[in-house]
Design a protein around this ligand. Structure first.
Ligand code: S3P
Length: 186
């Protein structure tokens, strides 16, 4: 397996939480690429999109990922922005730069999770309940899936026997990723 590790997936998939937990387990660095964007450009992705539009954001986001990849540090877990893999040749870039993991969720569960988070930084979803969120994300997830599914590994979020999700799911996903990475190194 080549490093660094890139976590990809839709908003609410837990890329940041899982990435932090995974980096801790591995003793590696963790970089949230939305936060890196904020630090480099002085504006959060949401504010940048509001001011300059999505195209300008995607262009800058691409440079942030590629510039950071130039750093001579391999043992890094990156959490990418949810739309990053679905722009131009970004998925091919990720595959050249390191190993990608798609955190795949059932859209209903994603909508439930998103409804429980602070949506003020997610303008498209702000003020919506789980049902309305689902209506927004279903078509977008369908359009994005062919990109996400090009990841080197697809990790399906585990659900309980009754089909529900709980807060320890992120920890379980991090453990699954950790085992995959460690076993590959044996
Ligand atoms: C986006 C997801 C966000 C952020 C930006 C655009 C998207 O990242 O990059 O607001 O298009 O799905 P998260 O997936 O980390 O929320």
């Amino acid at each position: 397996m080549t490093y660094p590790i890139y976590l990809i997936g839709y908003m609410g998939a837990g890329k940041t939480t899982v990435g932090r937990l995974l980096a801790d387990k591995l003793g590696w660095h963790f970089v949230d690429l939305d936060e890196a964007f904020h630090e480099i450009h002085g504006s959060s992705p949401a504010d940048y999109i509001r001011t300059y539009g999505i195209e300008a954001f995607r262009r800058k986001e691409k440079y942030v990922v590629e510039d950071l990849a130039e750093l001579p540090i391999e043992k890094v877990v990156y959490a990418t922005g949810g739309g990053y893999p679905c722009w131009e040749d970004n998925m091919e870039c990720l595959k050249e730069l390191g190993t990608s993991f798609y955190l795949r969720w059932d859209p209903h569960h994603l909508a439930e999770r998103l409804a429980l988070t602070d949506l003020s930084e997610r303008p498209l979803l702000h003020g919506k309940d789980a049902h309305e969120i689902l209506e927004v994300i279903l078509p977008q997830l369908e359009a994005r899936a062919p990109y996400y599914e090009q990841a080197d590994y697809i990790i399906d979020a585990p659900t309980a026997d009754d089909g529900s999700i709980d807060i320890s799911t992120d920890e379980q996903i991090a453990e699954l990723l950790y085992k995959t990475i460690i076993n590959d190194d044996d």
